[in-house]
Ligand binder design. Structure first.
Ligand code: SAT
Ligand code: MN
Length: 625
């Protein structure tokens, strides 16, 4: 112990402490930081306290340097333009490292590349990291961020410590997580998730820095060590790669902790719906990235008498309590939402959430100091001059786009006008239904309901969606995204499905499981369903099913579907109900086979047999028709 202390004192002796008190940190934190200093060789250590003064100081520095621009139209809103080569998650460079490969990824069919996570051996990973991390913070400050995922002190919360050489990352972590010196007290001698992040651009820089955004796109790597509860991320400052509390911790590492401890860490929003009769329900919903989780979580209902409140828009941690009721918390403290398409019509509550204290990344800027992106054409002065995310002059009607398709707003959840009063309740909120969905232009009805928990797990395992801009994929191919967790799995997906199945116990009130699709197109390529605020009509049906109304559903090979006329379509004009709910025979026969073949090749023997059986049953039902 004394020796460790010696190292720390020596190293801190060499590397000055720019801020904070090292001597009072928990011992395990000191050991971790001593390791980080020795490895990354920063010029100074800055222990963050989460205070408003700290934010002011960092913002001031970034404004001076030019990394941030003040958006003068609002109070305390800032624009950041990244290096154009650092704009999304890099799934091809995201790895899970465990001693045993099949703890991380399933046994895939011979010659097939795993689509459900990439494993790298500890030996190979060591070589990769040894090429990158030694001296990576040279000439830069190392910020030490104590953070809590979930409300401080909640039994469902978990603590992490992130070091980073990016003060943009620090600013965003302060919005997205709870950064506070109280974390040190809460932590005591306990273990924490160790998060090491570097932009990978030590001084003197070897690479031309664009937009005052030092990064290292050629050498990006995001490495997860679930057994050690550790994350090492190098080369990128983009949210999903660098705000390590978010996808890396709250999904990949937490899914492993959740399996070990018997709970769930999911890529899900949590929302509350109060019906005109005054009864409140909470539901969670899993959609792939950029499929509208934020819009659903903050929905502005078009049916009178309904009220929506938001608990979270991206990640849910859920655990059955002693009474057998599933309770969920939002482990995050902010929203990191897709900007394009967000406006006062599609999501007024999001717009109202980011009028102050927010950071906009890779959006355009109007001449009057406002943000701009595709979808805001009707909400800015006509003809106004705009600067694109690439810094080019532009105006509405010009070719090209003003904002990057994966540009983002980062704002405190507490600023959402419909944030639920219980959003920070340490107990979490009781979940009555789980909804899966994706962008499915053809074949998939507006809503259907699983016949059992296991059937719902099968439906989740077969989630597919059009590719989005949140990662490096191009084009609009339909991709499998089982449980909306494809890019975020922390362990063998077959074991994960088994974990879901094992959660069902006789003394538990299992939430009902549904699948929705807002994105079905007609023969002319037009949406069959208006979506957005009208999705309340689907939620209304779902809640009546949660309450056990048998008169509103009919049996089908994919599950229970709404009986004609049972969804309230009043005031909607012409809706082609038959087309919206049809189950095209050939489509579903092919889809069932394709899903089974996907699971066979990607999850193979690790996939629980009941999932195969349920898919075979579905296929057989279509064969018979
Ligand atoms: O991973 S991010 O947090 O950048 C957004 C997403 O893909 O869901
Ligand atoms: Mn997400």
């Amino acid at each position: 112990v004394y020796e460790v202390h010696e190292i720390v004192v020596q190293k801190v002796g060499h590397v000055p402490l720019a801020k904070g008190d090292f001597t009072h940190l928990p011992k395990k934190v000191k050991i971790f930081l001593a390791h980080c200093v020795q490895l990354c060789k920063p010029r100074g250590i800055y222990i963050c306290d989460g205070s408003a003064e700290e934010a002011d100081e960092i913002i001031h520095k970034l404004l001076e340097r030019g990394t941030l621009t003040r958006l003068t139209k609002y109070k305390n809103n800032y624009l950041c333009r990244t290096d154009p080569d650092d704009v999304a998650r890099v799934e091809s460079k995201t790895f899970i490292t465990t001693a045993n490969k099949y703890d991380s990824v399933p046994h895939v069919r011979e010659g097939v590349k795993s689509a459900l996570g990439c494993w790298m051996s500890p030996e190979d990973m060591k070589v990769e990291l040894d090429h990158r991390f030694p001296g990576c913070m040279s000439g830069r400050m190392m910020y030490v961020i104590p953070f809590c995922m979930g409300p401080l002190g909640s039994p469902l919360s978990k603590i992490g410590v992130q070091v980073t050489d990016s003060n943009y990352v620090l600013l965003c972590m302060r919005v997205m997580t709870r950064v506070s010196p109280k974390v040190w007290e809460l932590l005591g001698d306990d273990d924490f998730v160790k998060c090491i992040h570097s932009m990978g651009c030590p001084r003197p820089v070897q690479r031309r820095v664009k937009n005052h955004w030092p990064c290292n796109p050629e050498k990006v790597i995001i490495a997860h060590f679930p057994e050690e509860r550790k994350i090492k991320s190098f080369g990128s400052g983009y949210g999903g790669n660098s705000l390590l509390g978010k996808k890396c911790f709250a999904l990949r590492i937490a899914s492993v902790i959740a399996r070990d401890e018997g709970w769930m860490a999911e890529h899900m929003l949590i929302m509350s719906i109060t019906t005109p009769k005054g009864k409140e329900y909470f539901v969670s919903a899993a959609f792939p990235s950029a499929c509208g989780k934020t819009n659903l979580a903050m929905l502005n209902p078009s049916l009178p008498g309904f009220r929506i409140q938001c608990v979270g828009d991206d990640i849910a941690w859920m655990k059955f309590d002693e009474k057998g009721v599933l309770h969920g918390i939002n482990p995050e403290a902010g929203f990191f939402g897709v900007a394009p398409g967000t406006n006062m019509k599609t999501n007024p509550n999001a717009v109202l959430s980011f009028q102050e204290n927010s950071i906009f990344t890779n959006v355009g800027e109007t001449a009057d100091g406002g943000y701009f992106w595709e979808g805001l054409e009707d909400e800015v002065p006509p003809g106004i001059g705009i600067t694109t995310w690439l810094g080019q002059p532009w105006h509405i009607g010009c070719p090209g786009k003003a904002a990057h398709p994966n540009s983002r707003f980062t704002c405190p959840a507490s600023q959402c006008p419909i944030i639920h009063p219980k959003w920070e309740d340490p107990k979490g909120v009781p979940i009555s239904a789980i909804i899966f969905g994706g962008r499915r232009p053809t074949g998939v009805p507006l809503v259907f309901e699983a016949k059992s928990w296991a059937h719902g797990v099968m439906i989740g395992a077969c989630v597919k969606s059009e590719a989005t801009a949140a990662a490096e994929f191009q084009g609009k191919t339909i991709m499998h995204d089982p449980m909306a967790m494809r890019p975020f799995m922390g362990y063998n997906f077959g074991h994960y499905l088994q974990h879901w199945l094992d959660l069902e116990k006789p003394d538990r009130k299992m939430p009902k499981i549904f699948h929705v699709n807002w994105f079905r197109l007609d023969n002319n390529g037009r949406f069959l369903w208006p979506g957005f605020g009208d999705n309340i009509r689907v939620l209304d049906w779902i809640l009546r099913r949660v309450d056990g109304d048998a008169s509103i559903a009919v049996d089908s090979p994919v599950g229970w579907i709404p009986k004609k006329g049972s969804i309230d379509l009043s005031g909607l004009g012409s809706i082609n109900e038959d087309e919206l709910f049809s189950l095209p025979h050939d489509y579903w026969l092919e889809d069932s086979r394709e899903s089974r073949s996907f699971l066979k090749s990607q999850v193979g023997p690790d996939c629980p047999p009941i999932i195969y059986r349920l898919l075979e049953d579905q296929e057989a039902a279509f064969v018979k028709q």
